[in-house]
Design a protein around this ligand. Sequence first.
Ligand code: CP
Ligand code: NVA
Length: 289
Amino acid sequence: MLTLAEMSRETIEAMLSLAEGDCGRPLEGKGVALLFEKPSARTRHSMEMAVVALGGHPVYVRADEVGIGGRESVEDIARTLACYHAIVAARVKDHGVLEAMQAATQETPVLNMLSDIAHPLQGLADLLTIKQLRGSIEGAKIAFIGDGNNVARSLAEGASKLGAEFVLAAPEGYAFEEATASLPSVSQTDDPAAATQGADFVYTDVWVSMGQDGEGEARREAFLPYQVDEALMAHADEDAKFLHCLPAIRGQEVSASVIDGPQSAVWRQAENRLHSARGAMAYLLGVQP
Ligand code: CP
Ligand code: NVA
């Protein structure tokens, strides 16, 4: 599970069903490796507790401890972890590292816990949140305001598969590449108000992702007109909800009045990281809803 783009609608729907129900204990007596090249709060904790819920044992590994590509090749690290674990999960700087791990392990599923281009576990939690709050994903309108980044791309891919409309409002230079922009029901504009018009969900993420600190000043300037505040939310449907994967910077991509206000669903979303991680891993281990 490296991206939502490579998964079928049926697979995503099965993972969502499992997230809402009983998955049993398919990890009884088994381990899951959780390898991190970048910091994390939600992903580490939701994955560790999801592994426990499935009856297994999580082993957290910092990338500098195993020395990816330094002490040992990516492929050898993946093969080693696959000797002991039912799933190898990793948060990496370069998506190519996950592809190399999957090619090396073959039988053992590799689970993307965030890369430079995708965050499928977040996308799955976002879809679960949309399903719970709206009743159905099909036909929902999602406006993503800001950077066409890993979080935006995964949700666009999932929304497109499940028949939701996804509109990205991004400044020039920060929009999706052709492959994502041309997915069914995905579109983009540089106008945040136009994108938000009639939206059921208004989503944003940080303007400067992990590892992009060198571009911080240029990004903060480019994204200045893209803050989600009450004036922007007024363009959305009157029952619209605000979403953010977190961590958030109040006063940059979102005003405190919106993220801490009555339309915000960010804590439901954070909780859903646990349920969706459980559903995703159960599916990867062969559990059917
Ligand atoms: N949303 C998310 O992935 O948060 P963490 O970076 O804290 O894991
Ligand atoms: N786009 C952010 C998401 C963090 C969960 C990043 O990559 O840093």
